[in-house]
Design a protein around this ligand. Sequence first.
Ligand SMILES: C[S@@+](CC[C@H](N)C(=O)[O-])C[C@H]1O[C@@H](n2cnc3c(N)ncnc32)[C@H](O)[C@@H]1O
Length: 207
Amino acid sequence: MKEKDGKAHEFIEAIAKKIRDEFTGYERYHPAILGVESGKKLYDLIRMKRPNIVIETGVCNGFSSSLILRALEENENGKLYSVDLPVKIDEIEGEGKRGAVIPPEKSSGWAVPEDLKDRWSLRIGNTYYELPKIFEEISHDVDIFIHDSGHSYETMMFEFSSAWAHLKEDGLILADNIDMSKAFSHFVDAKSVTPYRLGDMGLFQKK
Ligand SMILES: C[S@@+](CC[C@H](N)C(=O)[O-])C[C@H]1O[C@@H](n2cnc3c(N)ncnc32)[C@H](O)[C@@H]1O
């Protein structure tokens, strides 16, 4: 591993800690980050693939966005489009929801370092409305699409189908929490592609 990628792995651990520290005092809640090991694997994949266009759904505190942007920065190439409809702890107290939330007075992606934001376009809203707008805007097909927003069958299917239609021939779709519904396995079967694992995430390639 190159020295700069070793440093980036330390950066990924530091971002996870920065987010966890901000939850001090809010122990009943959790940030639902991708996970440090999956994050490092995703970083390595982006370094290897050198994508031009990456789209992710589900930003929350900004763990995955930070490591994707760091990989693009090391590649000196590529742009990240992210979509998020955040849930703030102070707005849902008493409602029973505990995870995938951000602390009071923070906004989506607050943990992303300022010096990584040049390659980033963050859209606040529901993926049902925001993804079609992004696909209309970009002039090239997508290299890598990462799903980590709502994990209902309908949302996962919607995101996989719309991403597939705008994905490069050898492009990749990744998804976290693929066991929360049958969407991942149904989609993979319908497209006759081979599913793989990257850390905790599912992954398949368009062909
Ligand atoms: C699991 S968290 C994302 C974690 C992030 N990838 C990370 O590694 O830190 C999911 C985020 O997606 C948001 N979300 C859920 N359903 C959504 C939807 N339909 N459109 C946009 N965002 C959504 C949640 O509010 C939350 O901010």
